[in-house]
Write a protein that binds this ligand. Structure first.
Ligand SMILES: *Cc1c(COP(=O)(O)O)cnc(C)c1O
Length: 378
């Protein structure tokens, strides 16, 4: 099955009993047993629910895995995956990892003695240098937020295999439509499905896929034990979102290319960060491991004042956190998503006060460009 077909026909997409072409929302917590311990596949909805199960089979298909798992949020998925590790073990993570993942490692899991090091994973040498005797996992994001840095997934696989590390990839920005980390050797791929997979700013959810039965068994045990599962209603909404994921990503990328061209030529924009640009340092690697470059773009307007003015003046770009929806969103990382990161650390990462991040939607590109043009006039 090719990728667009998979979005529509992958996993379980209908109800066998009635022929309904959409999996019903099984709004249920428990299931009648025909005899003690004799149940028909489902016993309790934390352990398994038919609607959630249908979604879990679709994400496994999209990521070319054999098992999928759905959680109540991206952070619930990440937390559960981190539970695969033990106290006194060590994880290496991409340095400009999602703020919530940074917080989880530095303010929560540190209390359970799970050790971590943040590394610029776009440099395989630095990753190797950070490995300690107790390192058990390598956790990467590519592209990253908000500077769209690229990490070479195949190189990370080589390092992970050599040192016996679990390679975990947060594939939220690339989506399974453009990038399939399991095919490149990753052990676990995860998503904030709140973003592109849901795609309509109406669900908070997390998804995980793997292609190892052994790992799947451990993750299912944790999913059931920790209990941060996704409800049936939200599972259904995600399946609905997935059906148009390919169309949305194509439309978003076409718009993004035009916006990048406009920004690049604009006199008030000092730099543009987009992996689709030939001048982007990660362009060649991004091109080799992903079929597309996505819809996230950051650009620097030189000052925090101008950046705030632009955010005030835009009409079609909604000022909001989050990303990956049909509507275009705009944000100021230094004051919003990355405000909790200390200023000197932000400077180190290159997140300046004048850096604006946009998540391009599916509107007419002409309207989006005219909107940015008038906002930049200020
Ligand atoms: C949003 C996001 C998360 C967290 O997901 P939630 O659904 O908000 O819990 C994790 N990783 C990335 C890259 C994200 O953008």
């Amino acid at each position: 099955m090719r990728s667009k077909t998979k979005m529509v026909h992958g996993g379980i997409t209908r109800d066998e009993q009635t022929g309904a072409v959409s999996v019903p929302i099984y709004q249920v917590s428990t299931y009648k047993q025909d005899g003690v311990g004799n149940f028909r596949g489902y016993e309790y909805s934390r352990t398994g629910n038919p609607t959630r199960h249908a979604l879990e089979t679709v994400i496994a298909d999209l990521e070319n895995g054999n098992h999928g798992f759905a959680f109540g949020s991206g952070m619930a998925a990440i937390t559960t995956i981190m539970m695969l590790l033990n106290a006194d073990e060590h994880v290496i993570l991409t340095d400009d990892v999602y703020g919530g993942s940074y917080r989880l490692m530095t303010k929560v899991l540190n209390r359970f003695n799970l050790d971590h090091t943040f590394v610029d994973t776009s440099s395989p040498e630095r990753v190797e240098q950070a490995i300690k005797t107790n390192t058990k996992a390598l956790y990467i994001e590519t592209p990253t937020n908000p500077l769209l840095k690229i990490t070479d997934i195949k190189k990370m696989t080589e390092i992970a295999k050599k040192h016996n590390l679990l390679l975990i990839v947060d594939n939220t920005f690339a989506t399974p439509y453009w990038q399939q980390p399991l095919d490149l050797g990753a052990d676990i791929v995860l998503h904030s499905a709140t973003k592109y997979i849901g795609g309509h700013s109406d669900v908070v959810a997390g998804l995980v896929a793997v292609n190892s039965d052994e790992l799947a068994e451990r993750i299912h045990f944790l999913q059931n034990s920790v209990g941060a599962v996704l409800g049936p209603q939200d599972s259904w909404l995600l399946m609905r979102g997935i059906k148009t994921l390919a169309l949305r990503m194509e439309a978003i990328e076409a718009n993004t290319n035009k916006i990048v061209e406009f920004l690049h030529a604009h006199e008030k924009v000092s730099s543009v960060f987009y992996p689709g640009m030939k001048t982007h340092p990660g362009h060649d690697i991004a091109k080799s491991q992903s079929a597309g470059f996505g819809g996230m773009v950051s650009f620097d307007v030189g000052s925090g004042e101008l950046a705030e003015e632009v955010l005030k003046r835009v009409k079609y770009f909604t000022l909001a956190e989050s990303l990956g929806a049909v509507e275009s969103l705009i944000s100021l990382p230094a004051k919003m998503t990355h405000a909790s990161i200390p200023a000197d650390r932000r400077a180190e990462l290159g997140i300046t006060d004048g850096l604006i991040r946009v998540s391009v939607g599916i509107e007419d590109s002409e309207d989006l460009i005219e909107d940015l043009a008038q906002a930049l006039e200020s």
